[in-house]
Design a protein around this ligand. Structure first.
Ligand SMILES: Cc1cn([C@H]2C[C@H](O)[C@@H](COP(=O)(O)OP(=O)(O)OP(=O)(O)O)O2)c(=O)[nH]c1=O
Length: 206
């Protein structure tokens, strides 16, 4: 896909998320996709949500980076946090309804932990970005109808801001792409610094 950036060196996205793939492809980046199949362990007692999201991103990223030591590997983990409690993906429709009932009418945090790793070059950058999101006080009928679309089932907090779930969100404070699953400006800044990507057009072309 044509975009504002081009990829200079081999890049791998260690994620099965089609949203993350679309966010990077939309910038013009070329990359392979190699999701980690490691299970995601539960948070440690008293582990802060940002630390947990970063730890999960590191587990997934290091799994793939070890197999591709000459490539730059990007990984991420997105969680929803309401009053200090971490909401991952719903187990089933009833669990999705439970989660959305808690989120509706309230503020919550969406935290994406992400890593940029390169084993041979000893690059190991892991960070977490937090976005505040407010949901409308949706009725149970609206939430049930949304869950019936099945969109919530593979998403942290049981909603997708980029899909039909947009109807639930009336305010976002912070990075939008972070909610979708990858904080694009932060990732691009690191890739530019590491000379893995560059602007697609050289200055003399402008
Ligand atoms: C809150 C929110 C989450 N999500 C998604 C992003 C992530 O794909 C998913 C959270 O699950 P993750 O465990 O972060 O990622 P994943 O299982 O989809 O992929 P992988 O582990 O291979 O990287 O929730 C949205 O798409 N939109 C949203 O608005």
């Amino acid at each position: 896909m044509q975009g504002p950036f081009r990829t200079l060196r081999p890049l791998t996205l260690a994620s099965a998320s089609p949203r993350r793939q679309a966010l990077l492809a939309g910038q013009g980046l070329c990359f392979e996709v190699s999701p980690s199949r490691l299970g995601e362990p539960a948070p440690e007692p008293a582990e802060a949500p940002e630390i947990y999201a970063r730890r999960m991103a590191r587990i997934k990223g290091e799994d793939i980076a070890a197999k591709r030591p000459d490539q730059t590997v990007i990984s991420a983990d997105t969680i929803v946090v309401r009053e200090g409690r971490i909401l991952g993906k719903p187990r089933n429709a009833a669990h999705a309804l439970h989660m959305l009932s808690e989120l509706a009418g309230n503020w919550h945090d969406v935290i994406t932990g992400f890593c940029v790793l390169h084993v041979r070059e000893k690059i190991s950058q892991c960070h977490a970005v937090t976005t505040r999101v407010h949901m409308i006080p949706a009725s149970a009928a609206m939430l049930r109808a949304y869950i019936a679309t099945e969109e919530p089932m593979d998403k942290a907090g049981a909603y997708g801001i980029q899909g039909a779930g947009a109807f639930l969100v009336d305010e976002v404070r912070g990075s939008y792409t972070n909610v979708v699953g990858l904080p694009v400006p932060e990732i691009l800044r690191i890739l530019l610094t590491c000379a893995v990507i560059a602007p697609a057009v050289s200055p003399e072309d402008v």
